[in-house]
Design a protein around this ligand. Structure first.
Ligand SMILES: Cc1cc2nc3c(=O)[nH]c(=O)nc-3n(C[C@H](O)[C@H](O)[C@H](O)COP(=O)(O)OP(=O)(O)OC[C@H]3O[C@@H](n4cnc5c(N)ncnc54)[C@H](O)[C@@H]3O)c2cc1C
Length: 177
């Protein structure tokens, strides 16, 4: 990216001519500077939603992956006024929000609570017939994940960057980046 000055209390960005192009036609002649030219090949359920930008939109930056690395970059670039697209093939938030950090910590917290209650007799707390409804626990965990992943998508869009759900493929051996 060109023409960017970032310093304490001073952040400017003069839009350069677009360097990256998103093109939905896999195998098409995408021209110099094209990074992602195929999306949506991961199945109908991942097709771009109604909010998706037009396939002809030109971007200065295209981020492949909406995990903690990708979505944070998309938010910051949006704040800096860089025309940015984030392409995610499975779920915004990546491993951390969908399968790793967040869901594992939620389930660990629930299991710890059950364990504490079960072993609290010495504190004078006795819970008879403690039951663990695993399906309900999973549902609760999914609710947390959904809240966070939709929050991430809103933050990306709210800061001016676009999101497309689909698989990005780099086809140009010399995309000019
Ligand atoms: C069980 C578990 C627990 C964890 N707990 C913690 C923790 O407590 N604290 C912590 O700091 N870290 C934790 N981590 C690690 C954390 O999840 C990762 O460090 C973090 O997710 C890395 O972020 P990332 O954006 O680099 O990659 P990812 O989160 O892997 O995101 C990459 C994204 O790119 C997408 N993608 C890949 N290829 C394409 C493509 N061609 N087109 C479009 N999209 C694509 C993927 O679908 C994915 O969403 C944990 C991981 C696991 C598995």
């Amino acid at each position: 990216m060109a023409d960017k000055t970032i310093g304490p209390g001073r952040e400017t960005h003069q839009p350069a001519s677009p360097t990256l192009t998103l093109n939905a036609d896999a195998g098409a002649d995408t021209g110099a500077g094209t990074v992602a030219d195929a999306i949506g090949d991961a199945g109908a359920d991942l097709a771009p939603d109604a909010d998706s930008p037009a396939m002809s939109t030109q971007y200065e930056t295209i981020i492949i992956g909406g995990g903690p690395g990708g979505y944070v970059a998309a938010i910051r670039l949006g704040q800096l006024g860089v025309k940015t697209l984030c392409i995610e093939k499975e779920a915004m938030g990546g491993v951390c929000l969908n399968w790793g950090c967040i869901p594992s910590k939620a389930l660990i917290a629930a299991a710890n609570l059950a364990n504490k209650v079960r072993n609290a007799e010495h504190m004078g707390i006795t819970v008879k017939n403690l039951e663990i409804d695993v399906a309900k626990m999973q549902q609760w965990k999914e609710g947390i994940v959904k809240k966070l992943t939709s929050g991430v998508a809103s933050l990306v869009k709210g800061n001016g960057s676009d999101i497309v759900m689909g698989t990005a493929t780099i086809t140009d051996p010399n995309p000019g980046i």
